[in-house]
Structures are given as structure tokens and as C-alpha cells.
Design a protein around this ligand. Structure first.
Ligand SMILES: Cc1cc2nc3c(=O)[nH]c(=O)nc-3n(C[C@H](O)[C@H](O)[C@H](O)COP(=O)(O)OP(=O)(O)OC[C@H]3O[C@@H](n4cnc5c(N)ncnc54)[C@H](O)[C@@H]3O)c2cc1C
Length: 509
């Protein structure tokens, strides 16, 4: 199973690529086309298929290729945006609604696991929030009060399973964890059992809507009456791209010499916060830890973030071996809650995004909401989380036009190989955003010493990409599109890869 990064996550270990069984009928007009085979797409697809809709899922790579393959898979009824923040940004009622929604979602996940016998090590766990300083303690006290007001039980406890020197800790019961990719493989199998069609290596390019949608894909045209972009962030340029910001987070799975692994989900209150939990895979226990988050593109030397995380962990634990290290991307929304529902400005196209670090539970909640919306059933969370709660942005049309111009001006530029190789004093495996006259060029030297030169302008909205050293990708800091070292598209919202410069020159060299 592949992922959108160079480093292997724990969830890739031992996972053969999923093999779909159901055949695609190219003549059929499906009820719903779901684009994206992560937790959002597969949950939505299964719930819709169970409800009698005929669905087709199109995933550009293998299922789990996106952030679902790079998660840490805690399932919480609290969010990164704490209940006091939700009360402040929305209302007390909104916080209570969200709490009900998250609890309902957890029950649904457990029900699906039991109904379809999904072997994914699901277990309920207590969560612990740790305050190390006076300031954090005050924060925690406010959070605990608001969490209880929202209807999620949180209580201070004298002991938490962490070596962190905490002043105060609170416990929240009935949180959960699972094995992320085993769970979505189980969802995919269940979805197929219910008659759904799943296409992997099926990139959805443009879609046209007339009587129904016709999606132009890498495997041919798919016809469907409704469209769901479960792509973590919708493709194209939409208001949502101006309300969601991409972030990277770093994780490691390691073994402990003591053999004593903590029970529970553990979080500190730093900004960015660190998170911990234990997971057994194939009979071996690992402690998973994550943190060191930053805005995508803000740090080229992403290896340094792993060193930072490792140093922090070595300080806390007697580590036997660090077996997995990986990083992945998430999207923060402007007001702390996700956007789930109709894509602004559209009547038949749905999406879900802006999950922050809670997309395993929120992607599952999105499945419930999107299923209800598509089944034309009432849903008590739909208004609160509607993407249309966003007001239109002044000058939006001009922005799109200007950025289209930036792209068209840059493409077509050619360099001589000599000039670029002078600029590129790079070690194999390294990359740089080099300056060429008054322009920038993205250079990567592969292990054979061959230089790959790319136009660094992201085709999505015209921002300059930045190199991600650890995952060997070009990442767009504006809206989170990511590209391989050769410029191939890894994740949207861009629909295209980076333009290769000098390709002919290099070939002829
Ligand atoms: C390090 C890290 C740790 C995290 N830990 C947690 C956690 O503990 N708990 C939690 O709740 N959340 C966590 N999250 C967040 C959570 O993992 C994500 O929000 C969630 O996995 C997103 O799922 P998704 O299905 O929406 O998107 P993805 O898993 O990214 O899936 C989208 C899919 O769409 C496909 N796609 C995109 N464009 C196209 C196209 N045009 N055609 C076809 N296919 C396309 C992609 O290939 C991809 O497979 C974490 C995030 C990070 C970065």
C-alpha cells in the first residue's frame, strides 16, 4: 500500500494493496460518484450504499493513499478546537450539538466494525490532557468546564500514564483508537459487499454537469447524478481554499525497553501539542507519538522536525528502537469546525474538509451528514457545519483571474541545461528552489545525479511550492497541493502536476 510521502507509516506495514472485486459498468449512470478513497470517501460510500444508492468510488491511487494512511488514528469526542473555543466562535448550543455528533459517530464506527467483522483493533480508551505550566493549568480548567457543559464527561485525576511532569491532568472516558488502514480496508470490503463499485488508480479530472455529471477520469468517463469530493480538500478553486490552511504533523512509532506501554490517549497542551498512544500491530506493541506541526511549506528542512521529535521522545522514554517515522498533512478551518455539505456555489456537488487533526472522527461524521443530505433526510449538524456558513470574499473572482495569468506567463519558459546545472550544486536526493534571472526554478537531483527542473508555480492558484526534505515532495504552502520530486501530482486541490522544464534538454544530454 502506497502513501503520499516517502516515509513509511505504521499503517502501511504489511498492508497489501486492496483488490476490489466488483466490476464497473461503464454505461451505468450511478447515483453518486465519490471522489477519494480515504476515511471520508469510504464511510460516505458505505452509508449511501447501505441506504440503497448505487455508488462508485474513484481513488487516484490506492485507498488510504492520502492522510488516512498517515494519521495516528485517535478517535475523540473532543476536538483540536476545544469546547470553550467552539462556544466562543459559535455558541453553547453548537458545542452541545458537536458533542452529540461526535458521540453518535463513535457509536456508528463501533457498529460498522461489529456488523462487518472489521478486524482493526478498535478499543475504547480514556484520554488524558496534561497541563505542565500554570498557564496550561488555567487553560485546562477552562477546557474541562466547557467540555462538561457540552455533555462530554471530563474530570481531574491524580494520575495520568505519562512521564511528563504535569501539574494537573484530566481524564475523558470513552474515547477510542483503531488501526487506520485495516479499518478502511474493512469499510471498502463492506461497501463492495453492499454492491458498491470501487476504482483505484482512477484520477478524476474535470467534471461536466448537465442532466447528470460526466467525470473525465484516467480510466474513462464516469456518469453519476451527484458528486462528492472526499478528497480532503476539494479540487479547483473554491471559497473553501481561502478558509482552510494546510499543516504538516510528524509521527513516530517506537518500542520501549521496559515493555510497559501506557494505556490511553495522551495529549499535552503545548502549541503545537504532542500526542501519544499505544498500538499493537502483528503482536508487537508500539508507542505512537506525534507533534512538531507547522504550516505546510514553512520548513524545508523537515528532517529537522523528526530530529526534534526524536530528541523530545528520548528525553521522556527509554526507547529500544524507532521503527517508523512519517509525516502527513491536515487542513485547519478558519473557525475551528469542519466544512461538510454542499460545495459553495454548487447544487449537486458535496464535500468535506477543514478537519484539523480530527479527521478520523470528523471524516466519519462527514459520512453520516453527507449520506443524510444525499438521501434528503434531515440532519441536525448539517446547518452548523455547512460550507455555506462562509461569506463570499470580496475580490474573489479577480484573485482567480490574476492567478490564472501568473500560471500562463510562467509556462513556456525554457532554460539551458548548462545554466541550470551551474545553479544546481546539489547532493543526490536534494532539492532547491533556485533563482534563474528574475524567476524561480524548482530543482531536484535524483540518486543517479540527474536533475529534474520544474516550474515551481503551483497550477492550482499560482503560489510557489516549497521543498519537503523528509517526504521528498514539493508542497504548496497556500492550499496544500503536493507534488512528487518529478512534479507528479500527489494531492490536490491542484488537478495537475508541476510543469517540467528542460525535459527535452535533459533527455538530450
Ligand atoms: C500526522 C497526522 C496525525 C493525525 N492523527 C489524527 C488522529 O489521531 N485522529 C484524527 O481524528 N485525525 C487525525 N489526523 C487527521 C486525519 O488523519 C485526516 O483528517 C483524515 O485522514 C482525512 O481523511 P480524508 O478521507 O478526508 O482524506 P484523505 O485520507 O487524504 O483521502 C483523500 C483521498 O482522495 C484522493 N484524491 C484526491 N484528489 C483526487 C482526484 N482528483 N481523483 C481521485 N482521487 C483523488 C487522494 O488520493 C486520497 O487518497 C491526523 C493527521 C495527521 C497529518
Amino acid at each position: 500500500m502506497k502513501r503520499d510521502g516517502n516515509m513509511e507509516s505504521l499503517w502501511q506495514h504489511g498492508m497489501e494493496q486492496y483488490q476490489p472485486v466488483n466490476q464497473w459498468n461503464r454505461d451505468e449512470i450511478y447515483d453518486v460518484l465519490i471522489v477519494g478513497g480515504g476515511i471520508t470517501g469510504l464511510t460516505t460510500a458505505l452509508l449511501l450504499q447501505q441506504s440503497g444508492k448505487k455508488c462508485i468510488v474513484a481513488e487516484a491511487h490506492n485507498i488510504g493513499f492520502g492522510t488516512t494512511g498517515g494519521t495516528t488514528a485517535h478517535l475523540n469526542t473532543t476536538l483540536d478546537s476545544s469546547y470553550d473555543q467552539i462556544e466562543k466562535n459559535f455558541s453553547k448550543e453548537a458545542a452541545q450539538h458537536i458533542a452529540i455528533g461526535l458521540k453518535e459517530t463513535l457509536v456508528m464506527i463501533e457498529k460498522l466494525i461489529s456488523q462487518y467483522n472489521i478486524d482493526c483493533s478498535f478499543s475504547y480508551q480514556p484520554a488524558y490532557l496534561i497541563a505542565e505550566t500554570i498557564q496550561e493549568q488555567q487553560m485546562l480548567e477552562t477546557m474541562v468546564e466547557a467540555t462538561n457543559r457540552a455533555g462530554v464527561q471530563a474530570a481531574f485525576v491524580p494520575h495520568a500514564p505519562t512521564p511528563l511532569p504535569y501539574r494537573k491532568a484530566c481524564m475523558i472516558e470513552q474515547q477510542a483508537q483503531f488501526h487506520a488502514t485495516k479499518y478502511i480496508y474493512g469499510l471498502a470490503k463492506a461497501y463492495e459487499q453492499e454492491g458498491g463499485v470501487l476504482l483505484q488508480y482512477c484520477m478524476v479530472n474535470n467534471t461536466a454537469h448537465d442532466e447528470y455529471f460526466t467525470a473525465d477520469t484516467s480510466l474513462g468517463e464516469i456518469k453519476a447524478r451527484k458528486l462528492v469530493y472526499a478528497t480532503h480538500i476539494p479540487p479547483g478553486i473554491n471559497l473553501l481554499h481561502f478558509r482552510c490552511a494546510p499543516y504538516r504533523s510528524y509521527a513516530a512509532a517506537f518500542t520501549l525497553r521496559s515493555g510497559e506501554y501506557p494505556e490511553g490517549l495522551i495529549y499535552d497542551l503545548k502549541d503545537p501539542y504532542n500526542y501519544f498512544r499505544t498500538q499493537e500491530v502483528d503482536g508487537k506493541k508500539y508507542l505512537i507519538a506525534g507533534g512538531c506541526d507547522h504550516k505546510t511549506g514553512d520548513d524545508v528542512n523537515t528532517q529537522e522536525r523528526f530530529r526534534e521529535l526524536e530528541a523530545y521522545l528520548h528525553n521522556l522514554y527509554d526507547i529500544d528502537s524507532i521503527d517508523y517515522k512519517w509525516s502527513s498533512q491536515y487542513f485547519n478551518s478558519a473557525d475551528g469546525l469542519p466544512y461538510i455539505g454542499l460545495l459553495p456555489g454548487h447544487t449537486e456537488t458535496y464535500t468535506a474538509t477543514g478537519y484539523s487533526g480530527n479527521g478520523m472522527i470528523l471524516g466519519s461524521l462527514a459520512g453520516i451528514i453527507l449520506c443524510d443530505l444525499l438521501m434528503e433526510q434531515p440532519n441536525m449538524y448539517a446547518d452548523l457545519l455547512s460550507p455555506s456558513r462562509i461569506k463570499p470574499i470580496a475580490g474573489f473572482k479577480e484573485f482567480v483571474k490574476e492567478n490564472a495569468d501568473v500560471i500562463s506567463k510562467f509556462i513556456g519558459m525554457r532554460f539551458s541545461y548548462e545554466k541550470v546545472s551551474q545553479l544546481a550544486e546539489l547532493a543526490p536526493g536534494d532539492a532547491v528552489l533556485a533563482k534563474w534571472e528574475d524567476k524561480k526554478v524548482a530543482l531536484y537531483k535524483d540518486d543517479n545525479g540527474k536533475i529534474h527542473a520544474l516550474d515551481p508555480v503551483c497550477p492550482h492558484a499560482g503560489c510557489l511550492v516549497a521543498w519537503n526534505m523528509a517526504e521528498k515532495s514539493w508542497d504548496c504552502p497556500c492550499h496544500g497541493s503536493r507534488f512528487s520530486c518529478n512534479g507528479a501530482l500527489l494531492t490536490g486541490p491542484s488537478r495537475k502536476g508541476l510543469t517540467s522544464l528542460l525535459w527535452e534538454d535533459i533527455e538530450g544530454d
